[in-house]
Design a protein around this ligand. Structure first.
Ligand SMILES: Nc1ncnc2c1ncn2[C@@H]1O[C@H](COP(=O)(O)OP(=O)(O)OP(=O)(O)O)[C@@H](O)[C@H]1O
Ligand SMILES: [Mg+2]
Length: 417
């Protein structure tokens, strides 16, 4: 009987901080043991800009998660994002003396070689993710363990982050008394929560529209081939509404959630806000004051900004060079994906099939995390569980237990996704 293990993930988003304690047991659904939510502070476009404010928000989420789960939390996985993230491809190559057999040591050596092929200045390598192995020139190998040959190559997807941004995120964790098990690029975590294995295998793009960022991750042959973080999100639409209509941000947010529709042909919905026909009455700046805004203008502002964000995503997909390798289309997730008409607008802009991605089924406190806004939070523990399974061979190799940085609680940071 496999032993269930507990995993804690912390997603420090631009609008919310979520600490999730889950129990993972083999192929069973995640059991949510504790959920702590706090309004995010000190984070702009996915990057920590105020250590004190961010620490307070994380401490509050952590406290709630501990009280709900009954666990004392010492370490957690941390989701990371922001415009400072870059990705590239790197190849690692090693010789196998006398046509030797490929084992854990060789797998580790070839990943180290790929890692060392890219040593960017002032950047921290977050992930070195194998896309395919090549044994004596024969590519397309997913797992070469046990194969024999003279040369082993690996093609990897390398994700790097700005050192300062990483250090600030780790500082916040350490200030709330936690060690980082692993830093995980947020869209990679989201992808594991909302994409099916078939989609990841066939070719799909994940688009996580958060508050301050829109994350993009392209999966082909069950591996990430391209990742990117764009510095615009759902809050950009709210800000546009506030500026164009001359109303407070809170009113603009409510208008966006209750009334706005980004579809090319908006559906007729009865609004929760008062007003008739094309006019909607919304709260204005002064206490008790109201302002009448045009439904048409709300539609125009919302759809043009969402179209712009999606056009940037499309440009990113084209830049990757994989635009004709995505038969499974696009999956929209993140809180911003809940915008009315987002699917229709995305289908029109991207020119591919689009669906909304909700996190996979969970048990326990499951209802709370079923919204697309929790894709990253739910994805973090799934990412960890899958990493541990994939790396069970490396675990048997004592040399992989080194943690030269000494910062991470996890033993396998160097070589794992
Ligand atoms: N029903 C809704 N309709 C439209 N937008 C919504 C809805 N619910 C939430 N949002 C928007 O989703 C955004 C927040 O999404 P999410 O919680 O995924 O962001 P985050 O993880 O905090 O931020 P980020 O990932 O960008 O750092 C906000 O802009 C919010 O207005
Ligand atoms: Mg997010």
């Amino acid at each position: 009987m496999p032993k269930p293990s507990q995993i804690v993930g912390i997603d420090i988003g631009t609008t919310k901080v979520c600490a999730l304690v889950v129990r993972v047991c083999d192929d069973e659904p995640l059991e949510v043991l504790g959920l702590g939510l706090a309004t995010s502070r000190g984070v702009q476009r996915g990057v920590i800009t105020d250590l004190d404010a961010a620490t307070e928000a994380v401490a509050s989420a952590l406290d709630k998660a501990e009280r709900l789960s009954g666990y004392h939390i010492n370490s957690a996985l941390l989701g990371i994002a922001g415009g400072h993230i870059t990705c590239s491809q790197a190849r690692g190559s090693i010789n196998l003396p006398n046509g030797g057999e490929i084992g854990p040591g060789e797998m580790q050596r070839v990943l180290t070689a790929a890692r060392e092929a890219e040593l960017p200045v002032q950047r921290e390598i977050l992930h070195v993710l194998p896309r395919q192995y090549v044994v004596d020139g024969n590519g397309g190998v997913q797992d070469p363990t046990g194969m024999s040959g003279y040369q082993l190559d690996v093609d990897t997807h390398v994700v790097t982050a700005h050192v300062g941004a990483v250090q600030n995120a780790l500082k916040v964790l350490s200030r709330v008394g936690l060690q980082a098990d692993e830093l995980v690029l947020q869209p990679l975590a989201s992808a594991h929560a909302v994409l099916s294995a078939a989609e990841r295998d066939l070719g799909v793009v994940l688009i996580d529209i958060g508050g301050g960022t829109t994350d993009v991750a392209i999966f082909i042959e069950d591996a990430p081939w391209h990742t990117s973080v764009l510095p615009l999100g759902g809050n950009t639409i709210t800000n546009d509404l506030a500026i164009v209509l001359g109303i407070p941000t809170e009113t603009a947010e409510r208008l966006k959630v209750d009334v706005a529709d980004a579809a090319p042909v908006p559906a007729a919905v009865s609004s929760a806000l008062p007003g008739t026909g094309n006019s909607i009455k919304v709260e204005n700046f002064e206490d008790g004051g109201y302002k009448t805004v045009s439904r048409e203008l709300v539609h125009e502002v919302t759809s043009s900004r969402l179209s712009e964000i999606l056009s940037m995503v499309l440009a990113e997909i084209r830049r990757s060079g994989y635009d004709d390798m995505l038969p499974a289309g696009a999956v929209l997730t993140g809180g911003g994906a809940q915008l009315r008409g987002a699917t229709e607008r995305a289908t029109a802009v991207l020119g591919m099939p689009v669906r909304i991605g909700h996190p996979v089924d969970t048990t326990g406190l499951s209802e709370a995390v079923q919204s697309p806004a929790f894709a990253t939070s739910v994805g973090l523990p799934i990412w960890r569980a899958r990493s541990l399974t994939r790396s069970s061979r490396l675990r048997r190799n004592p040399s992989s237990r080194k943690d030269p940085s000494g910062r991470l609680a996890g033993w396998l940071r160097e070589f794992l996704p």
